[in-house]
Design a binder for this molecule. Structure first.
Ligand SMILES: NC(=O)c1ccc[n+]([C@@H]2O[C@H](COP(=O)([O-])OP(=O)(O)OC[C@H]3O[C@@H](n4cnc5c(N)ncnc54)[C@H](O)[C@@H]3O)[C@@H](O)[C@H]2O)c1
Length: 321
């Protein structure tokens, strides 16, 4: 039997999810869903450029209503504002499994609504925060796990609002605790435009701590992207991860050494998640409830900060994606 996979939203990232499906051996029906004809064409072209699906075919449609069958798995790579509605339509149509992009939603109540919907329909859902499953994360865990740690990420122009969830997820995993008290006291006043139209970004520092004494700090200054550096200190150990160089530098009693720390591209990794899910295994992604537990306090702090900056205490939406 052929598996049916819908990629909903084939912008910059959705097109990479789509390309990855070319790695799968089994027969597939792939539905590419995006209201933008240009995005659909680009997605289909990018897939063709790398040789297309091994077996199966692609249908490109403008909306979910035009699907000719229910997907076995949907990958939702729209921006955050559209996500709730898209998820609702997929669940109502009987889609049993989904991978959702971060940032999940822009309103706190959407997290509860989605949780109720998934529970009611028995939908299995994972969220694409993959850092905790980086190929060498177990090495990191062996060195820094189960010790109080200081986790710091910094750089310019890296999209704090958009990307900090990846680091909260990595921190929670290493610290062994997903109850993080966050503070936006050191965020800069005001917002800057996101690289995605209609969305905002914050600069400054988001900080947090766990009850067990681990500390989190994410800092971003405005300006051109200069890379993102992660530093983890645990007892007499310091670890530095460079995403652009894909290296890990370890400083400890034995000295300083730099080793490869691969972070696969989306086009290399989605196929493995899809194969795992279709074969009934857990993919290397946090499930919805784990991801939502980390998204909620983050959104709460950003929302409070936005209310303070705008003087509008009734704001219930923080447009980050
Ligand atoms: N997990 C990661 O590492 C990672 C990396 C990059 C981006 N992202 C996330 O992925 C999301 C998308 O990012 P992007 O850069 O691809 O954005 P994008 O703007 O390039 O793409 C979004 C696409 O969604 C389409 N869309 C809008 N409404 C739709 C609907 N109702 N149904 C179907 N498609 C619809 C748009 O036409 C567009 O093509 C963002 O939330 C972003 O944060 C995650």
């Amino acid at each position: 039997m052929r598996a049916r996979i819908a990629v909903v939203g084939v912008g910059n990232l959705g097109a990479r999810h789509l390309q990855s499906l070319a790695r799968l051996q089994g027969g597939l029906i792939v539905d590419v869903v995006d209201p933008s004809q240009a995005a659909r064409d680009r997605g289909v072209d990018l897939l063709a450029e790398i040789g297309g699906l091994k077996r199966g075919h692609v249908n490109a449609v403008a909306s979910l209503e035009r699907l000719s069958g229910t997907p076995d798995l949907a990958i939702v790579a729209t921006n955050s504002v559209e996500r709730s509605r898209v998820i609702g339509a997929l669940v109502e149509a009987g889609t049993p499994k989904m991978i959702l992009e971060k940032v999940l939603f822009t309103r706190l109540q959407e997290y509860d609504a989605a949780a109720s919907l998934f529970a009611k329909f028995g939908t299995q859902v994972w969220v694409n925060c993959g850092r905790r499953f980086a190929p060498r994360m177990n090495d990191l865990l062996a060195m820094a796990g189960s010790k109080p740690l200081n986790y710091r990420v910094d750089g310019a122009g890296w999209g704090l609002a958009c990307n900090v969830i990846h680091h909260l997820d990595e921190f929670a995993f290493l610290a062994g605790c997903d109850e993080i008290a966050l503070s936006g006291d050191k965020l800069d006043s005001g917002t800057i435009p996101s690289k995605r139209p209609g969305y905002i970004e914050f600069t400054g520092t988001l900080s947090g701590r766990t009850a067990s004494g681990s500390n989190f700090s994410a800092s971003c200054v405005a300006g051109d992207f200069t890379g993102r550096r992660v530093t983890i200190e645990a007892e007499d150990l310091e670890l530095k991860i460079s995403q652009s160089d894909q290296t890990l530098t370890v400083s400890d009693a034995q000295g300083v050494r730099t080793v490869p720390f691969p972070m696969p591209l989306q086009s290399e990794i989605t196929a493995q998640h899809v194969a795992d899910i279709l074969d009934g295994r857990q993919p290397a992604l946090p499930d919805y409830s784990t991801a939502a537990r980390l998204h909620r306090p983050m959104l709460n702090v950003f929302l409070s900060h936005l209310r303070r900056c705008t003087g509008n205490s009734a704001l219930d939406e923080c447009p980050i994606t």
